[in-house]
Design a protein around this ligand. Sequence first.
Ligand SMILES: Nc1ncnc2c1ncn2[C@@H]1O[C@H](COP(=O)(O)OP(=O)(O)OP(=O)(O)O)[C@@H](O)[C@H]1O
Length: 491
Amino acid sequence: MLLLITWPTLPRVISKEFIHLFCFRKAINKCNYRRNIVTIWNCRGEMPQEGQVCRCPGKWKNQLLFGVIEKVDVGRPLEEQCVDVRYLKPRHGGLYEVDRCKKRAWFKLSEIKLVSAKRLPQDMYFVEEKSILGNVSLEVASITGDQHMTEYNRLKQNWLRKLVVFDVLGFSLISLVSFRLAMDFLLGSMFGFVYLRLLMDSVDSLGKDSFSFVRSTMNSARLLIPLAAICTQLILTRSSSMACMKNMSSFSIWNLMATMAGLSSYRLPVLFSASETLFSSLQGVSKNIQTSDKKYLSTESAEKPTSCIVLSGPSGVGKSTFIRKLLHDYPDVFGFSISHTTRLPREHEKDGISYYFISKERFLEDVANGKFIEYAQVHGNFYGTSFDSVKQVIDSKKICLLDLDIQGVEAVKKSMLRATFIWIAAPSMEDLESRLRNRKSENEESIQRRLCSAKEEILFALRSGIFDYTVMNDDIDRAYEDLKSLLRPYI
Ligand SMILES: Nc1ncnc2c1ncn2[C@@H]1O[C@H](COP(=O)(O)OP(=O)(O)OP(=O)(O)O)[C@@H](O)[C@H]1O
């Protein structure tokens, strides 16, 4: 009966979960720039010299410090070449001094990145600002990647743990009715477990193997594992009936169903999480939706975990470009809340389409009347996202895309809105500057002001861990693909 009820939804849930796991893992791969950093650093290919300053990992995870190279050991194979580094501690304004309290450390060449620095008397160094900020966005990505990795591993362990509990429970319950059926269930659940491990291993191998290879393996496994379960069942039944000198009629449809139920039991943790979410949302406990486990485990929350997608990043990084593309490609899925601003319209901008352009007095009056979810003063102008315009988008059954600066992100985080926060990272400050210049929408003063804020914003994003995902916008098409793969559950 249970099988009959769940059967129509099972294939959907199975394929959905695979897709979620796949997208999730893909997102991890995309976000996990640690390997990329190593590659990028290696690609620059400079051979370190003694006395040069480099960035190197600190004692703690994700901690990056500056150090001065004391000894270079390159007389070995490439992957074993390493350097002896003495750490530098910051003084102020880009000034660093040799940290005598910290022990020296050996690093592989791939773990360090040479930075430009000027040596000053008394073991002091002046590290150029672009060395500090140039790769910050990559570091953000690396941290985000690690967070996803932890969540992914937790999801895997949770799933396997819950599966064992469900199987033991199922076995005990069925054995109350018939021990033979319980053994059939156990047989099926063993095959289910193998399938689940295969699913997880294949998702793990996505970084190495191609998607089509993984997909074909999984498709064949989906067919072969139930077949193998049925064959084993038949063989066991036959041998046991022969041993008992009985005929094959001892095998019934119930045995087969018990095996199939055992085989499908690997889905139970997911179904259980889905019902958990449903139950909690019925009770109005939707605040907990933010917890990472539910976000990835529950099909319910993965379907519509969010009513807003917040894109944030330094000015000129490409937020509006992505939003325009998403709105163009998925007009039925996403909507854009039109913000209010007190700045003057740019050449191509129209009132009520790009922004609601209002006066400063009117804006402040609306603020006083609590009409804004968030508002901020950026580069001397006020920008605000009104409750009404976001609600309009959500009411039209669309996910609201928001382009917010850091202050806006913090405000939305504090609000009741269920939002997913994505940081759009730029490859370097030079790229940001050239994009702002090429856009030809700002004067020199405004460009400088934006670049100045960008540095603070990047450092904030790096430290705060406020963002759920990071997308590196070095190549616009590839970055858009990355963004879409993050948003795949919704599109
Ligand atoms: N990967 C990229 N490579 C080169 N140019 C890009 C890339 N992504 C976006 N751009 C260009 O950079 C400029 C700035 O992009 P956009 O206006 O989308 O930035 P923004 O983050 O919305 O800026 P602001 O916050 O100031 O509105 C645009 O001219 C856009 O075409």
